[in-house]
Design a protein around this ligand. Structure first.
Ligand code: 13P
Ligand code: SF4
Length: 336
């Protein structure tokens, strides 16, 4: 891309989300990305839900907590986030002086979208004496209205860190919230949000799979609906589910979360069988359309031109970071 083309493509970022350019189909994207990584002292952070080829080229693949911890401790100059917008925002808040790029700015999250900050502010005003705990899957602006963040890995510890006499609002995921109410015994006011991926699993199809594979263990992410979680033999975050499949004596698993996770499960346990839990629609497995907006071409172009960049106002960085710092603190003390 010459300067004029780059200027035009950059002008279009808000509309299309990524730099629109033709990538030479003869180049070896893996080699080029690795070259850019060295040249720019960049780190590629990827979530377990992105395409397997991106997971394979990343410097670190992890769950939301691991990715935040890695973003906080990296000494790379350029942070490339192969995930979704709220994750890249979190990395930016933890690294205000560094450039953070996301291959596609439109890689959003239905959970984050389900809790707009202005609406939440009004809701919070109605419950002034409550501590606000937000799942990290929320916007940077929502984090400015949050006392402490959590991820699915540390959620129980975060809730337990709040004194018993304090009342709690939990946002934005009602399913994770309901799971935490059950697990911790704490009464919480739940925001009515949900993840579009974890909400559409078919209980009927899963039951049929369990009958067909009686030896299989059904495992699920706590973003799933309560009636599904009731059926699950094990409930955990993405990293927790991966660890469980690795350590379990079972060799077949029906997995209710985004299907990208199967790549790491299969890598760690090549001889085990992983069956993705099917959704209500006609698809055989469940994919997050936002995570899947990341691809190798966009990753390469983003690294080459260092665009699109995640930019946040200073007040959001300063106010929003506090709830992430508190979360990292409690996690570290809990040995997570
Ligand atoms: P974890 O990786 O923290 O389990 O979160 C799953 C998720 O939905 C990320 O968008
Ligand atoms: Fe958001 Fe759900 Fe996609 Fe995770 S899987 S990024 S919670 S929409």
């Amino acid at each position: 891309m010459n300067e004029v083309e780059l200027f035009k493509a950059a002008q279009n970022l808000d509309k299309v989300g990524y730099l629109e350019t033709d990538v030479d189909p003869t180049i070896n994207l893996e080699e080029e990305i690795n070259k850019l990584k060295k040249e720019k002292n960049a780190i590629i952070l990827a979530h377990y839900y992105v395409d397997s080829e991106i997971q394979d080229i990343a410097d670190y693949v992890g769950d939301s907590l691991g990715l935040s911890q890695m973003a906080e401790s990296t000494d790379a100059d350029l942070i490339v986030f192969a995930g979704v917008h709220f994750m890249a925002e979190t990395a930016k808040m933890l690294n205000p002086q560094k450039k953070v790029i996301l291959p596609d700015l439109k890689a959003g999250c239905s959970l984050a979208d389900s809790c707009p900050a202005p609406l939440f502010r009004k809701f919070k005003e109605k419950h002034p004496d409550h501590v606000v705990v937000s799942y990290i899957n929320c916007t940077a602006e929502l984090k400015t209205l949050t006392d402490i963040c959590c991820t699915s890995t540390n959620a129980v510890k975060i809730i337990e860190s709040i004194p018993e006499d304090k009342k709690i609002i939990f946002a934005p995921d009602k399913n994770l919230g309901a799971y935490l109410v059950k697990k911790t015994g704490r009464d919480m006011i739940l925001w009515n949000g949900a993840c579009m991926v974890h909400e559409i699993f078919s209980a009927e199809k899963i039951t049929k799979l369990m009958i067909r594979h009686p030896e299989a263990k059904f495992i699920a992410h706590p973003e799933c609906e309560p009636h599904l979680l009731e059926k699950a033999e094990y409930i955990a975050s993405t990293s927790g589910l991966i660890k469980f499949t690795q350590e379990s004596e079972a060799d077949t698993f029906i997995v209710a979360t985004e299907a990208g996770i199967l790549h790491e499960m299969q890598k760690r346990s090549p001889n085990k069988t992983f069956i993705p839990a099917p959704p209500e629609n006609q698809c055989a497995c469940n994919e997050c359309p936002h995570m899947k907006r990341n691809n190798m071409e966009k990753l390469y172009t983003a690294m080459k031109y260092e665009l699109p960049e995640v930019i946040l106002p200073n007040w959001i960085i300063e106010d929003g970071r506090k709830c992430i710092d508190r979360m990292l603190d409690v996690s570290a003390k809990a040995g997570l």
